[in-house]
Design a binder for this molecule. Structure first.
Ligand code: ZN
Length: 113
């Protein structure tokens, strides 16, 4: 499962951070998972719940933000929000779009103790 390997990476990152910044527990984790990141936030949450048992992140609150998919429409010269990567511009129907966001998969914020 894709989400499980992501969670393993996340946990490694948390352990590295805990050594670098000398904290022992993570109390809150905020992540951004873009609409186009091909990750299901609920599956991610579930996988993380399984993998973090008896680790420094056990019991931490997990917030997952889902930034919308953004594109730049060449024809409107404007940034638009689209529901899928292949959707046309919602304002003018153009397909001359460049991706501007929505693939993020990042750790935004940590609260630690
Ligand atoms: Zn447009």
């Amino acid at each position: 499962m894709h989400e499980l390997s992501l969670c393993e990476r996340l946990l490694e990152l948390l352990q590295e951070e805990s050594q670098r910044h000398a904290f022992r527990r993570v109390t809150r984790i905020k992540m951004a998972v873009g609409r186009f990141a091909c990750v299901d936030p609920e599956a991610l949450r579930f996988a993380f719940d399984v993998i973090r048992r008896d680790t420094l992140a056990d019991g931490a609150m997990v917030d997952i933000d889902q930034p919308p998919g953004l594109v730049w429409c060449e024809d409107c010269a404007c940034e638009r929000e689209v529901p899928t990567r292949l959707a046309p511009c919602p304002a003018c129907g153009s397909l001359r779009l460049s991706p501007r966001g929505g693939d993020e998969l990042t750790l935004v914020e940590l609260e630690v103790a």
